[in-house]
Structures are given as structure tokens and as C-alpha cells.
Design a protein around this ligand. Structure first.
Ligand SMILES: [Ca+2]
Ligand SMILES: [Ca+2]
Ligand SMILES: [Ca+2]
Length: 233
């Protein structure tokens, strides 16, 4: 076996222990309407200033630890209340609720502000969630008010009461959206010239749950093991 293959094997082992791949950010966030704990967490989507009279979704940051998925949203116009987050748990837009019939995601679960509910194909609200928090799969959220920034936590133990884990594996797709506002043209529904887009929506965000970084000691052990295997040949 060549050296290159062993290097690839060592890299793969290191990746599986979480030391190299940084798709998600492993961090515990305190839900307290204070945002210093988001420092260093990448912005995964920056939505344009394109909604008036309703929340204008701007930046989204996501992190997780072993208990929660954490999401921070900023709002360009300091309106936040009523904003939804929906998760496509199976990453299949053909199953679940098609938000705005836009074909972006097929959502199995959603939250309006902190309030969690199940979603299904053709059904906006198809039932309850279970588990943390408050026994109904709701989010911990602060502030519960119109503001330029908000943060929330969704338990990784969240499930649909009718069946189906919200986090069946380590990858989810989600959408931040709101059905209030006039969109970019500032013309409400029914006004001449209205483009029909009286809402705001983020891009489809795919997030891979992060695991704790392997310690340098662990990585050294893995590296040493690979070297030993190579020398035995
Ligand atoms: Ca915080
Ligand atoms: Ca926006
Ligand atoms: Ca789906």
C-alpha cells in the first residue's frame, strides 16, 4: 500500500473524529439576548434588504453542541416577531411542506418564534412536537420582541409527536422565512404593480452538526498509528 493511501486513511480517521472538517461550529450558546458568544461563528447566509412592513431577514449564524442547535438571526429593520424557521429533516424537497410553493425545501418541522409544530406535504401545521423544551419541542428564544437580533436553541432530542426525529442524522436543511411584509417593491397584495412576493425568505441553508474537536493528543495518536501501519509493510 502506498504512502499516499495511508496519508488519506489517516486524514479520513482525523476527519471522522471531527478535527479537520469544519462544516458546523461546535459551541454552547447562552440564550440571553447577548451576542458576544456568537463571535467567531460564521454567517451562513446574508439575505438582502428586501422586505418592508414585516421582518427583513438579514444574517443567519448557526452553531451546535451535544444538546442544541443554536440559530441567530439579524433583521435589517428591527422587526423580528413572527419569523419562522423550518427544517427539512430528510433533505428531500418532495416530502413535507413546500414553503411559498417555491420548491426550496420540504419541511417536516417548523417554529414560529419559539412555537414548534409539525409540517407535512400540503399541510402547514400537521400536529405537535415532543421533547424539550416545555415538553412540546418549542425553542428557547430571546428576546421575544421586535429587535435587530434574536437567538434561539432547538433541542437535538426534538421529535415529531406523530413520528420522526427532527435530527435523524447529522445533516439538516433549513429555511428562515416570514409571510408578513410587502417585499422589496413595498406594494402590498392587490396593489397595482405588486410582484406577489409579499414575504421574505433566506437561502436554503444546509448545516452539518459539528462534533467536539479531537484533542491534539488524539490526533497525534492517530498520526502515530498510521505511521506504524505504514512501516509494517
Ligand atoms: Ca447569547
Ligand atoms: Ca431580507
Ligand atoms: Ca422533506
Amino acid at each position: 500500500m502506498t504512502r499516499r493511501i495511508w496519508s488519506a486513511a489517516a486524514l479520513l480517521i482525523a476527519m471522522q473524529t471531527g478535527g479537520i472538517v469544519t462544516a458546523g461550529t461546535f459551541k454552547t450558546i447562552v440564550i440571553d439576548d447577548a451576542y458576544a458568544d456568537w463571535a467567531g461563528v460564521p454567517v451562513v447566509d446574508s439575505d438582502a434588504g428586501d422586505n418592508f412592513g414585516g421582518p427583513d431577514i438579514a444574517d443567519t449564524q448557526i452553531a451546535n453542541d451535544n444538546q442544541n442547535l443554536y440559530i441567530r438571526n439579524t433583521f435589517a429593520n428591527n422587526l423580528a416577531l413572527g419569523t419562522f424557521i423550518s427544517i427539512d429533516t430528510d433533505k428531500n424537497s418532495a416530502t413535507g411542506f413546500d414553503i411559498f410553493s417555491a420548491g426550496l425545501i420540504g419541511a417536516e418541522v417548523g417554529w414560529q418564534n419559539d412555537f414548534g409544530f409539525a409540517q407535512d406535504t400540503g399541510v402547514f401545521n400537521s400536529g405537535t412536537l415532543s421533547g424539550d423544551y416545555f415538553g412540546g419541542g418549542h425553542a428557547l428564544m430571546s428576546p421575544f420582541a421586535d429587535a435587530g437580533s434574536r437567538e434561539l436553541a432547538i433541542s437535538l432530542a426534538n421529535v415529531r409527536t406523530a413520528g420522526g426525529a427532527t435530527f435523524p442524522d447529522n445533516v439538516i436543511r433549513l429555511l428562515v422565512w416570514v409571510d408578513k411584509g410587502t417585499g422589496a417593491d413595498q406594494l402590498p397584495t392587490g396593489f397595482p404593480g405588486d410582484d406577489g412576493r409579499n414575504y421574505d425568505v433566506s437561502a436554503v441553508i444546509e448545516y452539518t452538526l459539528a462534533v467536539p474537536e479531537a484533542s491534539s493528543c488524539m490526533l497525534a495518536l492517530i498520526g502515530g498509528g498510521a505511521l506504524l501501519l505504514k512501516r509494517r509493510r
